[in-house]
Ligand binder design. Structure first.
Ligand code: SAM
Ligand code: SF4
Ligand code: SF4
Length: 330
């Protein structure tokens, strides 16, 4: 099957679906508590896609060539009965992954795995409990995330990937400790440059720790051997057999390889993490559109896609409206 190409020749291969905009953490770079407090207008239940609606959309994306689906959020494990959705999706020939902050994995990992989930990525920004507490602002602990990682490994949801967002004067000191904590295990830690997603985190360029500096911090203590894989994360192997990745979304953008579509929990399709407007698939479905018309709308949408925000970052107006990461799904 020929992949569907956008206007810059990029195939549609990968779909991220947000299943909720709510979260049990308040990471300062993603959902700062002063904005995402108890009065924040989260999506009401009836505005969120049902599992049947998600299943229908995913089927259409699979017909268009998607082979990887990642469930995200907000915190996806807060969505009630999530294993039921995974059972439905597992009827398709796709890889199903999930990105989570990990603390609910001890409770749900067995059911997720039994339902057909293939892999999890767990976000963890620090090993030091005090640093973790100040970033996640939630009362949860590193120990709870570690228990989640172990629970996922024990039911075959590995190899686990760890996502670590690196922010200046916040957790650069944690980089090497994270590498050593997971080396000798089949766990790859991927360091992500802090991005200007949304407009609530007060992002500043000088808070980004560039990929080059992350490589230097690790490389000064352990040699890094680059692996030649065409992945979003540049992967390196360590002498002890461990692996680390660096995702340089800001300083070394990779838009030319971006084959990912995103759907928010309320069923809007976004061509880019930095889009300001999404295509409302949920309203279309609820208005009774047929599968073939829906497929045509999505095909047309992807064929016209020309987004490459990160490659043009310096030309964008900083006042432009941007979707929050917790809404669109990371
Ligand atoms: N709650 C889940 C979690 O934290 O894994 C899934 C959703 S979260 C939005 C997905 C990923 O986005 C996380 O790894 C998080 O660290 C990352 N993220 C959130 N805000 C970010 C930012 N401003 N820059 C870079 N990554 C960010
Ligand atoms: Fe929640 Fe994930 Fe955002 Fe942290 S990064 S606030 S865990 S959605
Ligand atoms: Fe893809 Fe947009 Fe990120 Fe570029 S900026 S890699 S197009 S999501």
């Amino acid at each position: 099957m020929q992949p569907l190409l956008d206007s810059l020749g990029r195939p549609l291969l990968d779909l991220r679906v947000s299943v909720t905009d709510r979260c049990n953490f308040r990471c300062t770079y993603c959902m700062p508590r002063n904005i995402f407090g108890k009065d924040f207008p989260f999506l009401e239940k009836e505005m969120i896609m049902s599992f049947e609606e998600i299943d229908r959309i995913v089927k259409i994306f699979v017909a268009l060539g998607v082979r990887k689906v990642r469930l995200t959020g907000g915190e996806p494990l807060l969505r009630r009965n999530l294993p039921n959705l995974i059972s439905m999706l597992s009827m398709m020939e796709i890889e199903i992954a999930l990105t989570t902050n990990g603390v609910l994995l001890p409770r749900y990992a067995p059911a997720l795995s039994a339902a057909g989930l293939d892999r999890v990525t767990v976000s963890l920004d620090a090993i030091d409990e005090a640093t973790f507490a100040s970033i996640t602002d939630s009362g949860h602990t590193v120990a709870a995330v570690m228990a989640g990682i172990e629970a996922a490994e024990s039911v075959g949801l590995g190899p686990i990937k760890i996502n670590t967002v690196v922010k200046r004067n916040t957790n650069e000191n944690e980089i090497f400790d994270l590498v050593t904590r997971f080396s000798n295990r089949d766990v790859a830690v991927r360091f992500i440059e802090y991005m200007d997603v949304g407009s609530t985190n007060g992002w500043k360029m000088d808070e980004v720790v560039p990929a080059r500096e992350i490589r230097e911090i690790i490389g000064a203590r352990e040699p890094l051997t680059p692996e030649n894989k065409n992945e979003v994360a540049k992967m390196y192997s360590l002498d002890d057999g461990g692996k680390v990745g660096i995702i340089s979304s800001v300083t070394e953008p990779f838009c030319s390889n971006c084959s990912r579509a995103r759907i928010s929990a309320d069923g809007r399709l976004y061509p880019c993490l930095f889009s300001s407007k999404g295509l409302d698939l949920l309203s279309l479905m609820r208005s009774g559109v047929s599968d073939s018309d829906l497929q045509g709308v999505i095909e047309n949408f992807w064929s016209n896609r020309d987004d490459r925000y990160s490659e043009n970052r310096s030309h964008h107006n900083s006042n432009r409206h941007r979707i929050e990461m917790s809404y669109i799904g990371g």
